[in-house]
Design a protein around this ligand. Sequence first.
Ligand code: KG4
Ligand code: ZN
Length: 333
Amino acid sequence: MSIILGIESSCDETAAAVCIDGKICSNIIATQTIHQQYGGVIPEAASRLHQQNIVPVVHEALKQAKVRKNDVDVIAYTQGPGLLGALLVGASFAKGLALALNKPLIGINHMQAHIMAHFIDEPKPAFPFLCLTVSGGHTQIVQVNSYFDMQVLGQTTDDAAGEAFDKAAKILGLPYPGGPLIDKYAKLGNPHAFAFPQTNMPALDFSFSGLKTSFLNLVTKQCQQNPDFITANLHDLAASIQQAIIASLINKLKQAIQQTAITQIAIAGGVSANSGLRAAIQQLATEQALEVFIPKFEYCTDNAAMIAIAGHYHHLHHKYSTQSDSSYAKNRL
Ligand code: KG4
Ligand code: ZN
């Protein structure tokens, strides 16, 4: 039997999970709501709250899994990418605990972990598959060749898809994180009410900053003529910006499918919780006879179950980190 404790603290969720023999037995998340009022994550506040939350969150994860800390075989933690001060809390805690318990340590790449969330439950994708990983900080198309060989085929050159959702929401006066609210309002709106130009990036890369600017310009201009413009058009604005972001993602994903001839497709990361994106991927699957893998909602946004499952596969293959590890590869996950 192998018991993995996973710890995640890359952004604004302090999370811990226990994985026993590849099965997630607890998955605790403390979401930091303080950032809502600021329209984005305040790094220093995030680090301080991780410090407050990490001990109770880890205790609760162990308690729910009915595991004593001395029974833990391996400690897996998010090594990066993420906010440095936030990462340091999880990394230092994990390193300290590993030293105290004399247990091995595994540093996990956060973006790799989002993809590894597909190995928590059945059905699991077979290698190779393509994963569209869309979060608040990243937008990548990844060719996943094995648990450890993940190649980034294309990525955003500016804003991430989640950032585009959050910035559009902020323009509409909605609190952070705005992605889920755009999703909610979009359900009641017309996605073709407003048109936004798509930025045509070379190869498999993305760009969302132009979309954000054209959204801002439209809203600013219309609000000058009609101060109630946002309230009167909230649903249509949400549906239209969501549809523009999804169109850009699906367009590049189609190109990647054509280029690689890979027919197993997955989505991962916070934006994979978006109902419009989930529907668009299902539709693409039907049109092109693809097999698609969509994570459960609790494994889309940041969580430690994905860190623990990634740790499980590292442990199976005897891939451990050292106490002095701090780096992660940029283009190969
Ligand atoms: O993966 P994640 O939890 O954190 C990062 O690694 O960045 O992703 C957070 C992002 C935020 O930008 C949030 O607005 C977005 O995921 N998000 C959504 C939805 N749920 C979360 N975006 C659109 N629709 C959603 N339902
Ligand atoms: Zn994430």
